[in-house]
Write a protein that binds this ligand. Structure first.
Ligand code: SAH
Ligand code: SF4
Length: 358
């Protein structure tokens, strides 16, 4: 079979001059490239920021010289951080080619330290959802696995937490993660590697707009993360309007993909529903939404996200009374509903407000 052509957004950053990003390499890749010491030990030193010295992995001069010859050790650089009044911080990270992406650092107020990172998977997004600021940028390029991992390591080194077991990751920043599945999944393998951060797969959530081909592929991969689905409309006509991906895989097809996912014990889906005033917030919508969820409505989270308004979209947030009413309509229909007050809102770091760092 002919290989798929390389898309313009999937070319590696030219600045890497053909060398792979060091943070994309698994221990077996380091060995294959001729690592002069223990490949596993080198991987550990790269991927465990709590062992770093002065903000960089403590590799020793020989391994460092070798690695710099075969790979690019640059991590995304923190170029801006805006704390919000709710404790979240919106961060702008600059990649090796100067492109910028955003991530959000969200400490959770519990006794044991826990931090959630909202991460990007692409620079921009190709999916064109009409309520989303990132969608209005179009797609500039995919992130490489090492750049996805680099976000995590840069955030850990800069803002904590110190250890991997205190981390939860959600791919709800810039981009459609399943449109960059090869790099995303390699990043998940790196994140879950026991010699690295050792994250449990249940601590990683991948949010998709409904790219069914990607859902089907991801369902068969190991480690398999949790899946979140952005629904945002309850009829094909409405969803075709606001989420063009629906013209390829409609609501019925999407629902089938969830049945085929093959939920395992302890796994849950998360459903996201952005409330757009006058567009998708009626009782008839609540009715159709509950019907579409069917037997998934009780055990799985349905997150209502009042639209975060921004200049690139005409949609507005419904009033508070309507948000509560919509939640109530769903509850009486047996759904397990929460209203997500987006964190980082006062600094434009909330869902769908992530645009190119400026
Ligand atoms: N591309 C993926 C993940 C990134 S978007 C996806 O669409 O799921 C993360 C979440 O932000 C999605 O649930 C999306 O519906 C939501 N979102 C997008 N724009 C928004 C906005 N303006 N206000 C509130 N949520 C928004
Ligand atoms: Fe892309 Fe998600 Fe925004 Fe849609 S909502 S444009 S898929 S980032």
């Amino acid at each position: 079979m002919a290989e798929a052509p390389i898309q313009p957004w999937d070319r590696p950053a030219p600045e890497r001059e053909g060398r792979p990003c060091a943070w994309s390499l698994l221990p077996e890749d380091l060995a294959e490239l001729g690592c002069p010491g223990s490949a596993l030990e080198t991987f550990k030193r790269l991927h465990r920021p709590w062992t770093w010295k002065d903000g960089a992995p403590d590799l020793g001069p020989a391994i460092r010289r070798w690695l710099e010859g075969v790979a690019d050790l640059r991590l995304p650089a923190l170029v801006d951080g805006q704390p919000s009044s709710d404790g979240a911080t919106k961060l702008v990270l600059e990649l090796a080619d100067g492109r910028r992406i955003e991530a959000v650092h969200m400490p959770r107020p519990v006794r044991n330290p826990r931090v959630t990172y909202c991460l990007s998977s692409q620079v921009g997004c190709a999916m064109g959802c009409t309520f989303c600021a990132t969608g209005s940028m179009g797609i500039l390029r995919n992130l490489q696995a090492g750049e996805i991992l680099g976000q995590v390591l840069t955030l850990m080194a800069g803002l904590g937490p110190a250890r991997g077991h205190e981390l939860t990751l959600v791919f709800m920043g810039m981009g459609e993660p399943l449109h960059n599945l090869d790099h995303l999944h390699r990043a998940i393998r790196l994140l879950c590697h026991p010699a690295g951060l050792g994250l449990g797969k249940g601590r990683i959530t991948v949010s998709t707009s409904g790219l069914v081909s990607g859902i089907e592929r991801l369902s068969k991969l190991e480690p398999r993360p949790l899946l979140a689905l952005s629904l945002n409309a309850t009829t094909d006509a409405a969803r075709n309007r606001t989420m063009p991906v629906n013209r390829v895989w409609n609501l019925a097809r999407l629902r089938r993909a969830l049945d085929d996912w093959g939920l395992k014990r302890g796994e849950k889906f998360c459903f996201e529903y952005v409330l757009l005033a006058g567009e998708n917030d009626t009782e008839a919508d609540a009715d159709r939404l509950a019907a579409w969820l069917g037997d998934l409505r009780r055990a799985h989270n349905l997150n209502l996200i009042p639209m975060n308004e921004h200049a690139a979209s005409p949609f507005r947030q419904p009033g508070e009374a309507r948000v509560q009413q919509f939640a109530e309509w769903l509850k009486v229909r047996g759904c397990f509903v929460t209203v997500r007050r987006s964190r980082g809102r006062d600094v434009q770091g909330a869902c769908g407000q992530l645009v190119k760092g400026s």
